[in-house]
Design a protein around this ligand. Sequence first.
Ligand code: NBY
Length: 801
Amino acid sequence: MKLTRAQFKEDFLAEIKTLYATDLSDTSALNQFIALGHLVRRYDGSNWKQTGDRYRQHDDKQVYYFSIEFLPGRLLKSNLLNLGLLDTVRQGLTELGLDFAAISAAEPDPGLGNGGLGRLAACYMDSMASLGIAGNGNGIRYRYGLFKQVFMDGYQVELPDDWLRNGNVWEIRRENKACLVRFGGNVWMQPQPDGSLKAISENTDDVWAVPYDVGMVGYHNDVTNTLRLWSAELPPSADNTTFSQARRDRIDDITKVLYPDDSNSEGQALRLRQEYFFSSAGVQSIIRHFGLHHQGVKELANKIAIHINDTHPTLVIPEMMRLLMDEHHCSWEVAWALTTQVMSYTNHTIMQEALETWPIEMFKGLLPRLYQIVAEIDRRYRVAKTPIFGEELVNRTAPLGNGQVRMAFLAVIGSHSVNGVAPLHTELLKEDVLRDLYQVYPERFNNKTNGIATRRWVQLANEPLANLIDSKIGSTWRQQPNELKTLTAYQHDAKFLKQLMAVKVQNKAALAAYIKQTLGIDIRTDAIFDVQIKRLHAYKRQLLHVFEIIREYLAIKDQPEAVEPARVHIFGAKAAPSYHYAKSIIKLINALADLVNHDPAIGDRLKVAFIPNYGVSLGELIIPAADVSEQISTASKEASGTSNMKLMANGAVSLATLDGANIDIIEAAGEANEYAFGLTAKAVYGYYQRGDYQAADFYNADPELKRILDTLIDGTIPGISTEGREIYDSLLKYNDEFFVLADYESYVQQQRQIAHDYEDQTQWQGKALANIAASGVFSADLAVARYSDDIWQVPHAKLGQ
Ligand code: NBY
């Protein structure tokens, strides 16, 4: 939009005056942020309204992306960028004597997600708006986001994340669009005059679902879509005296905290309540909105696409069936045809423990009507498929089995599309995790490799790089990230590579300042910044990275005179509060950091910085400063990864196993520009099939590895007597579930190669450039365009090739 600096300053000062009844000099950065937020909302208000009006007038097909997690990050800068106001506002504020960086930093970062899954949902919201797709998000407005992580004596401690303490400027509470979600009670079938049966629910535990809408601003296209987050409240009809405190608490609890677990969903009734709550409220509001503008339900599947992000929203399937049959008088057959045409499902993991199931008894008690519907889906599936596929396969794949409701199976059976998030992952779904269902519905399976919002992760997080790129190839890449590939022409342009290095050093200095301020560690900006940022998980193998640090430490102690480039190992990782082993690894890393960082014999040659409370905002600081991107999961375990793409786009080279999208990154940037190592997925499966993995053989065969493992239990690293033993035993006594020892040698070999290659900065920056140039193919815009074309069947703006 058009806005002069003078106009902006006038508006801003007026806003401050209205909101705070005081002078600018009497306001805090938080006050200023809130005023700015209000102003941006006002600037964008007509876009937001007109976007909705336009969709209605054109009767555009709507996409609803259901996700129990959204990790949008701070929105101020990204909204300003997308509205084309970033420079005007920044300069205007500077002219008013204000610090734009401090104002942006005053915005709370909503931690409404655990990791990759939630962040992917947010990147896709940004892309849907930027491609002009009628895309809506549907999720939960958690009162508390993912816990705030602090370290005490090297241990993770979880503190509540009170992100709404000062309100949320971006949201609109729309109590006029609230609806009732019903739990428990009993159902009976009432005969109707026409001979049919109608389901009647009685004695239900009712919860009022109130939506809060947040605008999702498209890039330079006047589009603002809606992310709708639901909050659970007492029904307005509730008579205060009849609602016991216990019942009120039960309602409050539904949207109180994000489930802080990305490893397993421990059969907890609360979690099931959360899932039904936002699935039901979302589908109710979709159908209500649809009904306002259409006669009957015939057009439903042409006008609505619902996307199920991982299994958590799978109950949208039986919930839509319920609404179509019980409220819109559809037959089962009509309702089922519409539902399956509307629904599509993305799987994000092959890890067995993350595939959700619910005990039938719990499900039935909490959702009696939905249970009837799921049981009928199950019955019909069995009747239809047993003659073709036999009883055994049908038993293995039916929605109900082993006393459980099996959410992933229900999602596949009730959708027209099932996708994995990287080619290898999709193949493994077909061959392994969902192999039986792939026999039944081969045409439903497809791959959609993940993507990232280049606008946030390069344009905003790394402005020095963005400007340098502009100076070389112009700015069309900002609309069309694929244009970045034209940078390849400069891979041997020494002057440009020097400039690239200068940008990296500048970003490293910013991160170094933060590390100094928060951890008190001095780090050198000419050191290799070796970065691993992701959830703490055994399969992601932070432990392998730890072994490299111990190796480097011992090498310096053994040969103080050897010259190697300095290294800084940077970690960011939260562990699920109940994930004991992951927390032991955190303690190990912190204990090792203590040892290394304070050893005078090591000096500034090796440092370890475990930055607490990793999240989107810290990602924006760390990623632009990285030289090496650690993507070292056991092959086959990481469905895709997305930090791998963000780091690549910022010029880090990948030190990577052949897992998830690493494979595609290596192919896109060229093998010579990455550091691949380790067992292939096939080799890992080979071990499983033969059952002949012997971790101890690797320990016994390699004195260096043996020495490193022994430091876990011999007192070399102080303060880890229990954790060190636990980790040591996981490798040797319990045979190293994730093949850390098997991959050690090839990993270390590549680490040595990196140390060697880093010395030649021209060559090194050439590799960095190759990564940046190839990163455009991982733009979320392209990924979302593929979803639109193949799955949702909705039009989108043209993208450059
Ligand atoms: O989804 C991640 C995958 O691990 C990663 O490889 C992929 O790139 C990303 C986006 O596709 N999965 C993920 O983040 N999963 C979760 O956060 C998660 C959260 C909750 C539960 C399970 C998984 N749960 O069972 O409660």
